[in-house]
Structures are given as structure tokens and as C-alpha cells.
Design a binder for this molecule. Structure first.
Ligand SMILES: [Fe+2]
Ligand SMILES: [Fe+2]
Length: 177
């Protein structure tokens, strides 16, 4: 089989000179950057809401296994905030503005903050596992949608997904306590 792949470097050089203000977004970028920015801004909202929920649960945790569960929630909270920052950096690279607006966070998030006042440890674990299972599904869909069109955003989402799966696994282990 003959390899038909030929790089038209002259054309690419010409195109790269145009619209230099696009920074890393070139004519070969395979997605609608505005849509990707919108999706990433919802990921930011989701991650911030997850950070809020874990942080609140880490502080509110009571009961015999309190120390162990609280420590896990604190660690997850830290990672959710890191995910929000990674998504925000990518939004900025794509030429958008990271949206941390607290007025719209809950509405844009894939998961709920809503946690009643008197949750016991088991219910907290269940709430968080539910949220993790939602983001595992929504992030998988985003990754499939990105396909080969934006490998950098896809790798970022894959890295986040891997950690969400770890979170779900940790929570499942703790629920067996
Ligand atoms: Fe996360
Ligand atoms: Fe998570």
C-alpha cells in the first residue's frame, strides 16, 4: 500500500501567518472553538460544585469512620479544584474566558451541590459516588465527541476522567467499610 500522506508545508506556512491572534488555534483545529470553550466552562462549573460538596462533607463528616472518610473527601476536593484549573487554562488557550461566575455555577454544573443538613457518612459517600458516576458518563461523552478533532482537550479530559474513576473506586471501597 502506498502512503498517500503528503504535508503541504507551503500552504500550512501561509495559513499560520494569517490570524496570528488565534495563538495555538490554527486552521487545522478540527472543532468549533466556541463550542469547546462552552463545554469546558460547564466542566469548570461541575468541578467547582464537586469541590464545594466534598469540602463541605469533609468538614461535616461525623461518626466512627470520620477521620478516614474526611481525609478522602479532602483529597478528592483538592483534585476537583485542580480539574477546574486545568479546564480553565485550556479555555484560555482556546481564546475564551474561564467562567467561574458563582451566579450561574449550579445551573451549569452536571452534578448537584444539594446536600441536606443531616447526612450520615454512608449517605455522604452515596451522594458523592452518584456525582462521580455522572461526571464519568458526561466526560466520556465529551471525549467521544472530541474524537480526533482536538487531541489536547481530549487528553486533558481523559486525564480528568481517569481521576474521577479513581474517586468512584475509592468511594466504593469506603462504602464497604
Ligand atoms: Fe473532577
Ligand atoms: Fe471526582
Amino acid at each position: 500500500m502506498t502512503d498517500q500522506f503528503v504535508l503541504d508545508v507551503t500552504r500550512i506556512r501561509d495559513e499560520a501567518r494569517q490570524r496570528m491572534e488565534g495563538g495555538p488555534v490554527t486552521t487545522t483545529y478540527g472543532m468549533d472553538a466556541e463550542r469547546v470553550i462552552g463545554i469546558l466552562n460547564d466542566v469548570i462549573a461541575t468541578e467547582v460544585v464537586c469541590w464545594l460538596r466534598y469540602t463541605r462533607h469533609a468538614i461535616a463528616a461525623k461518626g466512627i469512620d470520620r477521620a478516614q472518610v474526611s481525609e478522602e473527601f479532602t483529597e478528592h476536593a483538592k483534585e476537583e479544584m485542580q480539574h477546574a484549573l486545568w479546564a480553565a487554562e485550556r479555555v484560555s488557550q482556546l481564546g475564551g474566558n474561564p467562567d467561574f461566575d458563582p451566579a450561574t455555577l449550579a445551573g451549569r454544573a452536571h452534578t448537584d451541590y444539594a446536600t441536606p443538613d443531616d447526612l450520615d457518612l454512608k449517605e455522604m459517600l452515596k451522594n458523592n459516588l452518584f456525582a462521580e458516576r455522572i461526571v464519568i458518563s458526561t466526560y466520556q461523552e465529551i471525549i467521544r465527541w472530541l474524537g480526533d478533532h482536538d487531541p489536547t482537550t481530549r487528553r486533558l479530559m481523559e486525564r480528568i476522567l481517569e481521576e474521577e474513576e479513581d474517586h468512584a473506586d475509592d468511594l466504593t471501597d469506603l462504602m464497604g467499610v
